[in-house]
Design a protein around this ligand. Structure first.
Ligand code: BTN
Length: 127
């Protein structure tokens, strides 16, 4: 069975791209995320991501990572998901995310957004 490793370049249905560096022996990884969309007023810049994946015998590991948008936004996003390999060997990352926007006061009931993203692998291009 083909194993899914997160290392490489990925794009989601919004046009956002991420590059994940090598997955270490303990499953941790880091990389760079370039979002295609933003709530922030400042211009979009690449942001660092840090996460962790399982090494799973069936090759369909779950994972999670955090993106800190610190260079242009006060928000933080966490993604969790699973990598699937279809019968043609094509990998997809099925994810859900939570985005916390900076609230003006405690109890920021409006400050968290939720959504889904699907990523496919891209080749030969930097984020
Ligand atoms: C911000 O707007 O404050 C920072 C950028 C947030 C981009 C979000 S993260 C979840 C969703 N998936 C993407 O690829 N981009 C948006």
């Amino acid at each position: 069975s083909s194993k899914c490793i997160l290392t490489g370049l990925w794009r989601n249905e919004l046009g956002s791209k991420m590059q994940i560096q090598e997955v270490k022996g303990d499953g941790t990884f880091s990389g760079e995320y370039k979002t295609a969309v933003s709530l922030a007023r400042r211009p979009i810049q690449p942001a660092s991501l840090n996460g962790s994946q399982h090494f799973d015998e069936a090759g369909q590991p779950t994972f999670g990572f955090t993106v800190n948008w610190k260079s242009f936004s006060d928000s933080t996003t966490v993604f969790t998901g699973q990598c699937f390999v279809d019968e043609n060997g094509k990998e997809i990352l099925e994810t859900m995310w939570l985005l916390r926007e900076k609230a003006k006061a405690p109890n920021g009931w409006e400050a968290t957004r939720v959504g889904t993203n699907v990523f496919t692998r891209i080749k030969g291009q930097n984020v």
